[in-house]
Design a protein around this ligand. Sequence first.
Ligand SMILES: *[C@@H]1O[C@H](CO)[C@@H](O)[C@H](O)[C@H]1NC(C)=O
Ligand SMILES: *[C@@H]1O[C@H](CO)[C@@H](O)[C@H](O)[C@H]1NC(C)=O
Ligand SMILES: *[C@@H]1O[C@H](CO)[C@@H](O)[C@H](O)[C@H]1NC(C)=O
Ligand SMILES: *[C@@H]1O[C@H](CO)[C@@H](O)[C@H](O)[C@H]1NC(C)=O
Ligand SMILES: *[C@@H]1O[C@H](CO)[C@@H](O)[C@H](O)[C@H]1NC(C)=O
Ligand SMILES: *[C@@H]1O[C@H](CO)[C@@H](O)[C@H](O)[C@H]1NC(C)=O
Ligand SMILES: *[C@@H]1O[C@H](CO)[C@@H](O)[C@H](O)[C@H]1NC(C)=O
Ligand SMILES: *[C@@H]1O[C@H](CO)[C@@H](O)[C@H](O)[C@H]1NC(C)=O
Ligand SMILES: *[C@@H]1O[C@H](CO)[C@@H](O)[C@H](O)[C@H]1NC(C)=O
Ligand SMILES: *[C@@H]1O[C@H](CO)[C@@H](O)[C@H](O)[C@H]1NC(C)=O
Ligand SMILES: *[C@@H]1O[C@H](CO)[C@@H](O)[C@H](O)[C@H]1NC(C)=O
Ligand SMILES: *[C@@H]1O[C@H](CO)[C@@H](O)[C@H](O)[C@H]1NC(C)=O
Length: 661
Amino acid sequence: MLQSAALVVAAAALAAAQAPSYAPIRVDCPSAALIGRLGDPTRGNQTLPPDEQQYIDNRRNNVLPDLWQQYLNDNATGSTGYSASEIVGGQPNLGIAISGGGLRASLYGAGTLSALDGRNSSTAGPLLQLASYLAGLSGGSWTVTSVALNDLEPIYSLVTGANSSRTGGWQLDRDILAPSGLLGFSDNGNYYDSLEEDVRAKAAAGFPISITDLWGRALAYHFLNGTTEDNFFSTDAAHDQGTLFSSIRYTTSFQSGQMPYPILATTSRINENQQLTNDSTSVIPLENTGFEISPFTFGSFEATLAAYIPLEYLGTQLSNGQPTNRCVNYFDNAGFAMGSSASLFNAVQEGFVGATFSSLLSNLLQAVTDLDPPEGSVALVANYPNSFGNFTPDTGYSFESAGEQILQVTDGGEDGQNVPLMPLLAKARALDAIFAVDGSADTSETYANGTSLVATAQKVELHAHNYTRFPDIPHNQQEFVDQGLTTRPTFFGCNISDANMGNYSNYPIIIYHPNSAGANPGATNYSTFKLSYEDSETISFLDAANLYAKRGYPDPSTPTQPDEQWPLCLKCAVVDRARQRAGVARTDACQACLNRYCWSPEIADQLVNATQTAGNNTPASGGGGGGGASPSSGAARALALPAGGVVAAAAAVLGGFALLA
Ligand SMILES: *[C@@H]1O[C@H](CO)[C@@H](O)[C@H](O)[C@H]1NC(C)=O
Ligand SMILES: *[C@@H]1O[C@H](CO)[C@@H](O)[C@H](O)[C@H]1NC(C)=O
Ligand SMILES: *[C@@H]1O[C@H](CO)[C@@H](O)[C@H](O)[C@H]1NC(C)=O
Ligand SMILES: *[C@@H]1O[C@H](CO)[C@@H](O)[C@H](O)[C@H]1NC(C)=O
Ligand SMILES: *[C@@H]1O[C@H](CO)[C@@H](O)[C@H](O)[C@H]1NC(C)=O
Ligand SMILES: *[C@@H]1O[C@H](CO)[C@@H](O)[C@H](O)[C@H]1NC(C)=O
Ligand SMILES: *[C@@H]1O[C@H](CO)[C@@H](O)[C@H](O)[C@H]1NC(C)=O
Ligand SMILES: *[C@@H]1O[C@H](CO)[C@@H](O)[C@H](O)[C@H]1NC(C)=O
Ligand SMILES: *[C@@H]1O[C@H](CO)[C@@H](O)[C@H](O)[C@H]1NC(C)=O
Ligand SMILES: *[C@@H]1O[C@H](CO)[C@@H](O)[C@H](O)[C@H]1NC(C)=O
Ligand SMILES: *[C@@H]1O[C@H](CO)[C@@H](O)[C@H](O)[C@H]1NC(C)=O
Ligand SMILES: *[C@@H]1O[C@H](CO)[C@@H](O)[C@H](O)[C@H]1NC(C)=O
């Protein structure tokens, strides 16, 4: 009886969480305040939103202790020599962050997560199951949303569709913008009409729209579960037009506290006039507020906002916290959330001028105009009616977009921080370690070179390291490269004098996992332009990323052999702060591991020397070859694009839209 009653409740809640269409609706406002403040760590009162706190408390108290205990006792991943119960008493607290970089980053993130998924009989450890938080940005946000809304389905079957309970997986063989191929004009036309129809409904309901809405609808066909191989071009199927990001709350694994709390990261800009110089590698200044989308809230812990709106009321226009109109529901469409985190179109507007491109851009602007956007819509960014209008943070800082009607939300990586670390550095989240998966295309060979970490270090400096802290890292990308840190995982910030998160001087250990060549077991460096993958490419990419995540830092004399100590070293790192809080000394086994993987400024010279020596001895790259712009991006690629991953990627996607529109 009890059980069936619970099921009825869950089913009713689920029905309410699925909107009838893509268009948000207007509802009466609740009497409670709509804006929640997150406090100020410099005054010692930064807090989590209450719903998140409750979720995390339940997970930390009732789910994670047993899992940590099992992990520590699991000799297959090596023995730390610590007493499991002492370490668990220290409450280890792990986060995972997945970078942007288009489908390459989605797949690199997915392959890495599969290695961290305890169900994949991996030796890297069940870090996915142990993580308190899972953050994603742009391409990484697609992975995170897909994992969460598909109820934590095992990663490999989630992506490939190998599990018969789902049909088709991510279907990356269908190009995101031209799914029936360049010759299949009529199917592409129907497909595009379906996207347009949904977005038109949102505009007709009076909500500002942009190209991000079309983009988000396209992403939903792949990363959410409502589109199958059979119904892909069907105009009758809903294709997740009403699936909300907040629906994550109703999945079984979320309800039972099994899921790492998922977070998507974005940046924002004030308006079109806020532009950086043409030669900058980023588009949005680090000073601008980064926003996060989570199952309960939309907002930011950053000093310039320190506030949130409950996710179900996202889209509500507020002035100093007061509604200026009726409230809004269903604005938190899951596809739109993924599109927002990957809303990179403004990069082109800011970074590129040229006759060919101008006409492309004007075609696209016309395509958005054809959808009858309400006045004030901004075509090339994600449009959020500003819930933080005339808002004053209580941190002493001011919110730069407080004077705007529309909050202009942009791709999470546009300020150069392509790995979503900021949300995980919030002091209130108290993370001990962050596994940072960097699939950025920083180098000419489409690998990462530390650009994102350098940007995050600069961002943290903006507030004098008082608002949050970040460990010492090399000063710039050249130092990352010279010290060999782009070729293997490295731990930053191992040693700290007080591991209590309440102590200001504390920060998490960053476990940096850059996509790299070296002895890479297969291609993981496909172009950001590539908007479709053959099934065989998808599988070999997943396998390569999976192996790479289990490889660690091989002995230079046997560069293709995984480091056998790596699983143990990972374990030592993720529990090290909890060990310290528990007052336990490092064991020799863990100290040896940390000596191998931890970076500090003192060893920089030594690493340069070692890297130079090894340089004469580098193995032939096993990977590579991952070139290939997809057909739909051909037009954009033919343009003379400026350097800079985000600008090029934006142009590629816009080129694809131009062919469709
Ligand atoms: C934090 O403390 C400051 C200063 O006392 C106060 O103005 C602010 O309201 C507090 N914020 C929260 C969320 O408690
Ligand atoms: C793991 O190894 C430790 C030390 O070698 C041993 O004490 C313990 O019993 C082993 N645990 C299991 C489950 O085999
Ligand atoms: C698709 O995802 C939703 C939301 O998590 C879930 O309720 C539904 O059961 C899933 N459908 C399938 C076919 O897996
Ligand atoms: C298929 O999906 C179900 C539900 O998520 C899961 O329990 C099962 O382990 C999956 N099977 C495989 C082979 O991944
Ligand atoms: C970028 O370069 C173009 C052409 O050289 C110029 O018109 C534009 O003003 C520049 N933008 C910025 C922000 O400097
Ligand atoms: C940061 O903290 C230091 C030391 O507590 C203090 O001297 C400084 O004024 C603070 N800076 C800001 C911007 O709050
Ligand atoms: C690192 O990547 C950035 C692009 O993000 C590039 O400008 C820079 O030249 C690269 N530096 C090195 C040393 O690879
Ligand atoms: C924080 O840690 C530092 C370094 O160990 C210590 O000097 C300081 O007293 C600690 N502060 C608090 C508030 O615990
Ligand atoms: C685990 O990952 C590997 C590598 O991608 C894959 O081949 C295998 O099928 C996965 N196994 C399961 C059970 O998901
Ligand atoms: C951290 O501390 C240990 C023990 O004091 C020391 O051996 C090690 O060199 C330090 N490591 C770093 C990276 O500073
Ligand atoms: C690095 O190599 C140089 C030249 O061989 C040598 O002088 C220096 O002592 C080495 N530094 C370290 C830290 O090993
Ligand atoms: C991938 O890396 C290989 C070398 O490791 C390189 O030859 C190839 O051009 C790279 N592919 C892309 C798309 O950058």
